[in-house]
Write a protein that binds this ligand. Structure first.
Ligand code: T5A
Length: 208
């Protein structure tokens, strides 16, 4: 039996990592085999690309096109060498960010041309899509305050407030247009309450 591919999305500090662990526990309690991963990253090559993408460096400025292509290079490596084979083996995969992050951050935040993004997306993913995307909805200010509390900020987190407002809007626009595959949960509630909303959506939408 093929596993479920569930992705977790949201702005900085939305609580994705926290909720992935809780969702994993729930699915395992139902006897399912679960793998948790993150994007960009989760294979040795993709983790190298992640380091390139996240590091703030003074000797060179990454241009938006390089950023977009590196995101998709990491995604191609992860989808082809890990996600697809493990789904076929029957594992459920919980992924911290996936393609919707590119639509939100590079499309919304960086204001890159969506036709160009879709063209690359088509080369890398073709029709491959998550079974369910959980969008953890947290106002950018709340999420950034949580991220700042954790200490040093990466190359994305140092972006200005307008950038994160555009990311947030792109997430909401996408969710509004794809209600059948995107479940929006209120990330300002307690960790336990957010988890309950996510599990309810999984129960209603997937055969778990
Ligand atoms: N990116 C990524 C793109 O631009 N394009 C792409 O295509 C992709 C895939 C990845 C960066 O790359 C960009 C987006 C990102 O900027 P990352 O380190 O993976 O970088 O960044 P995030 O995914 O944002 O990870 P974070 O760790 O910042 O956020 P999480 O995982 O959403 O949040 P989490 O669970 O670590 O929680 C953050 C803090 O909040 C607390 C936690 O205890 C923690 O301290 N918290 C709560 N507090 C109160 N109430 C709750 N309900 C809480 N839930 C968690």
């Amino acid at each position: 039996m093929k596993g479920f591919f569930i992705t977790f999305e949201g702005g900085e500090g939305a609580g994705k990592s926290t909720q992935i662990e809780k969702t994993k526990s729930y699915l395992e309690s139902k006897g399912r085999k679960v793998i948790t991963i993150r994007e960009p990253g989760s294979t040795p090559i993709a983790e190298d690309i992640r380091n390139l993408l996240k590091s703030v460096r003074s000797d060179d400025r990454m241009c938006d096109t390089a950023e977009l292509l590196l995101m998709y290079a990491a995604r191609a490596q992860l989808v082809n060498t890990l996600i697809k084979p493990k789904l076929e083996e029957g594992f459920d995969i919980l992924c911290d960010r996936h393609d919707l992050s590119t639509i939100a951050y590079q499309g919304g935040g960086r204001m890159m041309n969506m036709e160009d993004i879709n063209a690359i997306r088509n080369v890398v993913l073709k029709s491959f899509r998550p079974d369910l995307t959980v969008l953890i909805d947290v106002p950018p200010k709340v999420g950034m305050a949580r991220a700042r509390n954790r200490g040093e900020l990466d190359r994305f987190e140092i972006s200005n407030a307008d950038f994160f407002e555009r990311v947030d809007k792109a997430y909401h626009d996408y969710a509004k247009n794809h209600p059948e595959t995107v479940a929006v949960v209120d990330g300002t509630l307690s960790v336990q309450e957010v988890s309950e909303q996510i599990i309810k959506n999984i129960q209603e939408r997937l055969d778990v």
